[in-house]
Design a binder for this molecule. Structure first.
Ligand SMILES: *[C@@H]1O[C@H](CO)[C@@H](O)[C@H](O)[C@H]1NC(C)=O
Ligand SMILES: *[C@@H]1O[C@H](CO)[C@@H](O)[C@H](O)[C@H]1NC(C)=O
Ligand SMILES: *[C@@H]1O[C@H](CO)[C@@H](O)[C@H](O)[C@H]1NC(C)=O
Ligand SMILES: *[C@@H]1O[C@H](CO)[C@@H](O)[C@H](O)[C@H]1NC(C)=O
Ligand SMILES: *[C@@H]1O[C@H](CO)[C@@H](O)[C@H](O)[C@H]1NC(C)=O
Ligand SMILES: *[C@@H]1O[C@H](CO)[C@@H](O)[C@H](O)[C@H]1NC(C)=O
Ligand SMILES: *[C@@H]1O[C@H](CO)[C@@H](O)[C@H](O)[C@H]1NC(C)=O
Ligand SMILES: *[C@@H]1O[C@H](CO)[C@@H](O)[C@H](O)[C@H]1NC(C)=O
Ligand SMILES: *[C@@H]1O[C@H](CO)[C@@H](O)[C@H](O)[C@H]1NC(C)=O
Ligand SMILES: *[C@@H]1O[C@H](CO)[C@@H](O)[C@H](O)[C@H]1NC(C)=O
Ligand SMILES: *[C@@H]1O[C@H](CO)[C@@H](O)[C@H](O)[C@H]1NC(C)=O
Ligand SMILES: *[C@@H]1O[C@H](CO)[C@@H](O)[C@H](O)[C@H]1NC(C)=O
Length: 778
């Protein structure tokens, strides 16, 4: 054994340690110090392997093997202590096999420790053991082989590690040989390739081996993270070559690292080279996309995806957008750094995020941070439709329209206003009200405070911040209502003694078509307390186009109240009352059939005075008038002016050249019954001197009664006596003759005509200023 290594030792003596490892073949028979084969003890050992040569120092223990070898004595060691022997670093160009002998013995027969073999590559991490001993301590030398497929320019190093158990015993290795041919019992791996995957995907390691396919439980993948990967399949090419595939599923960054394939056989173990698993994290943008501009149905965004978490390269960019309500989702590829998303809904909030993809399956990262933004409102699609009136009252109307939804408003912020206008008194009133019913499935609105019988023009306006749309205009005439009162100042009358002509105007607010006027009238009072007014009332109706009426058959001097109200189809409005008074009438004098007095002397005439009948107002005074008869042509014209409104005292008559004078005046109480009165009795009545009549003159005696009320005076008079001249004068006759017998006077007419005409003309000229009417006002 030892002779093989003689040359090695010689070479080692003369060379630098750095060059030295190239010269060690890795084989060692331990006849010489193990250092001469390039072997070494680990610096981290708890204790060292011992090199034993029983030829030089016979064994003291029967359990110890004999020969020259490396040994670990576990006696007196705690469990878990470590001793590691390192082979020199090996750099092989060809298929080779490491063959070694090992020995385990103990008194008890159970293992005194665990022998593990590690293979590091390029001074990499130890990894887990590729081989170990199990079973019992046999106390015999056994052989095992290592088929290590790591080749130049990579180098590897084999570690023999013993970890003590609680048993006392010996573990030894000997005859380590690096053979220039394949291992006879153990397949050699040809290659396993690096794998690049995206996180979350599975990584497939394909291990190709030379040799006979083994059962799957002998094959496994040894990974940096010590995770056992399940064998997916074994594909046998022929009896000398097979391929085993291993998957690392749901890869994460932590799975990245080196993996190698292994096969364990009866006689040893095959180890492939390390293949690297590179796990790439799919890229995710760090920042949300940026909004460049937004409209009602589109958005321009900047992807803003230059900063990413995860790995590149980025081969694809996509925009993912969804409504925040979750009703819509879409994803679209993007080929530039800004992108327009179209066909969006107005006034809707969207979440937009960017998806980035790197090569390989599962290379699409999760969506980046989302941009949350809302599209603008669009102007309403159309105005409210099917506007109709469902109820018309005199002061309010109820309208209804077709309900509409978001697809019409195209905005969640909108309002519906009711715009209506109408004319009142020639002035246009424009009003606007907001409907609070727009969301209802049967929306309606009541417009109140309208004026009856008015044309109202109504339309609805749908408004949102972007625009407005109107409905069609609807013209509705409000219903009639009862009219207002007839204006008081319009009621006017023309009053007469027994008639009143009343006129009025239509109410200020007709509130419809005036169909009727109703006038109720009623006597309320009279100047004459005697009059019974109970019958003086009534009611008349006039059609709406007539605003006047003549009331007749009334009492004079009586105040009537007139109550007028107008009516439309809806009924009567409020009434208004006005009062008017008929004119009073002159009292009616009692009838005097004969103008002959009861008694007559030369200077007196006795007459019977009877009370007058009052008409509308009581008689306020009685008067006796004495008129001197003078033969005059003008007498006839004066015939109509038979009453005497102006009182003239006898004393003044001559001054005034009056033909008459007042002989007496009585208050009505004196004449409550018939009274005998003597004209010319030389007494004074109420200041009037009843002067004795002149016997040679002719007189007419008049009896006159006057009523005074309401600022007017009405007088009536009657001739109650005449007295002829006592002496025979030709004068008294002409009155009678001219009245009755024109023919008799015919002869003398010729003589007197000129005189009469002359006198008549003079008289007319003088009297013109006299009484034109028997009524006069104070
Ligand atoms: C093994 O170690 C024990 C305890 O240290 C010792 O008694 C024994 O002699 C050792 N065996 C050999 C062969 O040196
Ligand atoms: C292995 O091959 C390389 C390159 O061909 C060569 O430089 C090196 O010396 C070879 N090593 C052995 C041990 O043959
Ligand atoms: C020895 O190797 C086998 C097969 O890989 C393994 O199941 C066992 O747990 C290992 N024993 C120890 C002590 O590591
Ligand atoms: C891998 O991920 C998939 C999907 O998430 C899951 O169904 C499966 O159970 C995972 N497998 C393992 C081994 O974790
Ligand atoms: C709005 O939607 C309603 C039903 O949801 C439909 O009847 C109506 O025609 C739509 N209007 C428009 C303008 O699309
Ligand atoms: C309302 O308008 C209609 C049609 O223009 C018209 O016939 C009617 O007289 C009007 N009504 C009123 C109260 O003005
Ligand atoms: C209705 O909406 C429009 C647009 O938003 C706004 O200008 C207007 O003031 C609103 N009107 C009312 C009464 O709220
Ligand atoms: C007044 O009423 C009475 C009884 O009610 C009646 O007899 C009389 O004829 C009426 N007179 C007038 C003028 O209506
Ligand atoms: C008032 O109207 C009625 C019916 O419409 C008609 O017969 C009558 O002649 C009208 N009167 C006047 C004064 O216009
Ligand atoms: C008329 O008057 C005279 C004188 O006073 C008197 O005597 C005479 O009786 C009277 N006659 C009558 C009818 O009264
Ligand atoms: C008429 O006579 C009365 C009484 O004699 C006297 O008071 C009065 O002033 C006279 N009137 C006139 C208008 O002369
Ligand atoms: C009238 O009365 C006056 C006195 O009052 C008297 O002087 C006169 O004589 C009387 N005349 C006659 C005709 O009686």
């Amino acid at each position: 054994m030892g002779k093989v290594f003689a040359s090695c030792l010689l070479t080692l003596a003369g060379l630098l340690p750095a060059v030295a490892f190239e010269t060690f073949s890795g084989s060692c028979s331990f006849d010489e110090p193990y250092q001469s084969c390039g072997y070494s003890q680990s610096e981290h050992n708890d204790f060292n392997w011992e090199q034993v040569n029983t030829l030089l120092k016979p064994p003291s223990d029967p359990w110890m093997p004999s020969g020259s070898f490396m040994m670990v004595n576990t006696s007196g060691r705690f469990a878990g202590q470590r001793a590691t022997l390192l082979l020199p670093q090996l750099k092989e160009n060809d298929t080779h096999c490491i063959d070694f002998h090992y020995f385990v013995s103990s008194k008890s027969g159970s293992l005194p420790g665990f022998l593990n073999i590690y293979v590091t590559v390029n001074n990499g991490p130890l990894g887990s053991p590729i081989w170990n001993i199990s079973g019992t301590a046999t106390g015999t030398w056994n052989r095992a082989e290592l088929a290590i497929s790591t080749f130049w320019p990579n180098f590897y190093q084999v570690y023999f590690e013993v970890i003590t158990s609680e048993q006392n015993g010996y573990l030894a290795i000997d005859e380590v040989k690096v053979l220039g041919h394949p291992c006879p019992k153990t397949p050699h791996f040809i290659w396993v390739k690096n794998v690049d995957v995206n996180a979350g995907q599975f990584a497939s390691f394909v291990c190709m081996a030379n040799g006979k396919a083994k059962t799957s439980d002998q094959l496994w993948l040894q990974g940096a993270n010590r995770r056992d990967a399940p064998l997916k399949e074994i594909k046998v090419h022929n009896d000398r070559r097979f391929v085993a595939t291993f998957n690392v599923v749901n890869t994460t960054k932590r799975d990245a690292g080196n993996y190698r394939c292994m096969i364990r056989t009866e006689g040893g173990v095959g180890v492939s080279n390390y293949a690297e698993l590179v796990v790439k994290e799919p890229p995710v943008p760090i920042a949300p996309p940026q909004l460049s501009s937004v409209g009602a149905t589109y958005m321009w965004i900047q992807l803003n995806a230059n900063s990413i978490n995860g790995d590149g390269p980025i081969i694809q960019r996509e925009v993912e957008y969804r409504t925040t309500s979750g009703s819509w989702y879409d994803i679209q590829p993007v080929d530039s750094s800004s992108y327009k998303i179209g066909h969006l809904d107005p006034d809707t909030e969207y979440e937009i995020s960017v998806l980035l993809t790197r090569p390989g399956e599962g290379g699409t990262g999760s969506p980046g941070p989302a941009l949350r933004t809302r599209t603008k409102c669009a102007d309403p699609m159309h105005g409210p439709r099917k506007l109709q009136v469902v109820e018309i009252k005199s002061r309010q109307i109820t309208i209804r329209w077709e309900p509409f939804g978001y697809n019409v408003t195209r905005c969640h912020r909108y309002n519906l206003t009711i715009l209506y206008k109408y004319q009142i008194g020639g002035l246009e009133q424009v009003r606007e009200e907001v409907s609070w019913d727009a969301e209802n499935t049967h929306p309606q609105h009541i417009i109140t405070n309208l004026s009856p019988f008015t044309n109202v023009s109504v339309k609805l306006v749908l408004m949102n911040p972007e625009g407005r749309k109107e409905s069609q205009e609807l013209i509705v005439q409000t219903d009639e209502d009862v009219p207002s009162a007839v204006p008081l100042e319009s009621i006017q009358s023309s009053t007469f003694e027994e008639k009143i002509f009343l006129q009025w105007r239509e109410p200020a607010q007709t509130y419809g078509i005036i169909t009727l006027y109703e006038i109720s009238y009623k006597a309320v009072s009279s100047f004459d307390p005697e009059i019974d007014l109970s019958n003086q009332s009534g009611r008349i109706l006039k059609s709406g186009n007539e605003t006047h009426y003549l009331f007749f058959g009334l009492y004079p001097g009586t105040t009537y109240s007139f109550t007028i109200r107008a009516s439309t189809a809806k009924g009567f409005g409020p009434s208004i009352t006005s009062q008017f008074t008929t004119k009073i009438s002159a009292p009616s004098m009692p009838a005097y059939e004969l103008e002959t007095p009861l008694n007559q002397t030369d200077s007196t005439v006795t007459v019977m005075l009877k009370p007058a009948q009052s008409r509308g107002a009581p008689v306020s005074v009685y008067q006796i008038i004495v008129e001197e008869e003078r033969p005059r042509r003008t007498k006839k014209t004066a015939e109509a002016l038979k009453c005497y409104p102006i009182p003239i005292h006898f004393q003044n008559s001559s001054i005034l050249n009056s033909q008459y004078y007042f002989a007496a005046e009585f208050p009505p109480t004196v004449l409550s019954s018939a009274l005998l009165f003597t004209v010319g009795d030389n007494k004074t009545y109420s200041g009037y001197w009843n002067t004795p009549l002149l016997p040679h003159k002719s007189y007419s005696v008049y009896y006159q009664a006057a009523s005074r009320a309401n600022g007017e005076t009405k007088i009536d008079c009657v001739r109650i006596a005449t007295k002829g001249a006592a002496t025979h004068k030709p004068d008294p006759e002409p009155e009678e003759q001219s009245d009755h017998t024109v023919k008799i006077a015919g002869v003398i007419a010729g003589i007197l005509l000129f005189v009469i005409i002359f006198l008549g003309v003079v008289l007319v000229m003088k009297k013109r200023r006299s009484y034109n009417s028997y009524t006069y006002y104070l």
